[in-house]
Structure formats: structure tokens, C-alpha cells
Design a protein around this ligand. Structure first.
Ligand code: ZN
Length: 133
């Protein structure tokens, strides 16, 4: 048994038989801590090397650009979804109003809306939490 080297964890663990020198337990948080420490050590060891430092900056810049581009695509996706669902909502409401008018014979907006509200009330009394598929 060993103590995990992550000061936030400090738990007892049994090192893997394939890695008897293991310093961190197997939790995801401690693996992230280990990787962050390793990355930081690597950085400190190399930052004095001008060529490495230049490449490091370039890599970070590319990472940032990829991240920004990914977020931009995600935002576009959400926008598209909101547009589509607004369009769908509109079409659905038109369809329901049409059905109400055809079935009830109501010919004006006020009558159709009044029937719609009665339907909503009745529907939500039957299914207060909606209908689960
Ligand atoms: Zn740990």
C-alpha cells in the first residue's frame, strides 16, 4: 500500500503490478493531476530552449484556433436548431388550429383560440406531467 501523491487525495492505494513505482492512485482526478504535473515539468525543463519555446507558442496558437473554430461550429448548430424548432412550432400550431377549426366548425380566430385553451386545460388535467413515450 502507498499514499497517493496528489495532496488533494492522499488516499491509500495498491500500485499496479506492472508499475510498482506508481505514485498516484487510479482515480480520474489524480490521473489529471499527474498529467498536469508532468506537463508542467516538461514545460519548465524546455522553456529555456528557444526553438522549443517557439514551437510551443505555435502549438498553443493552433490549439486556440481549433477551439475557437469548434465553438463557432457549435454555436451555428444551436442557432440552426433554434430556427428549425421555431419553424416546427409554428407549423404545429397552425396544424392544430386547423384541426380544431375543421372538427368544431369554428370559423374565427377567437373561437378557435377559445377551443384551443379548453383543450389545453383538459389535456393538462389528464396529463399534468405530459405523456411519456
Ligand atoms: Zn489519488
Amino acid at each position: 500500500m502507498k499514499r497517493c501523491a496528489n495532496p488533494h487525495c492522499n488516499c491509500l492505494f495498491t500500485p499496479s503490478k506492472y508499475n510498482p513505482a506508481q505514485k498516484f492512485c487510479g482515480s480520474d482526478e489524480c490521473k489529471r493531476f499527474r498529467d498536469a504535473q508532468r506537463q508542467d515539468r516538461h514545460y519548465q525543463e524546455n522553456i529555456g530552449n528557444q526553438e522549443w519555446a517557439q514551437q510551443h507558442l505555435e502549438r498553443k496558437k493552433q490549439e486556440r484556433e481549433r477551439r475557437v473554430e469548434k465553438q463557432r461550429r457549435r454555436d451555428n448548430g444551436h442557432e440552426l436548431f433554434a430556427e428549425q424548432s421555431a419553424g416546427l412550432n409554428k407549423a404545429l400550431m397552425q396544424l392544430v388550429a386547423g384541426i380544431v377549426s375543421l372538427i368544431s366548425g369554428a370559423q374565427d380566430v377567437e373561437s378557435v383560440e377559445s377551443i384551443l385553451h379548453q383543450c389545453w386545460r383538459t389535456g393538462s388535467e389528464f396529463y399534468p406531467d405530459g405523456i411519456r413515450p
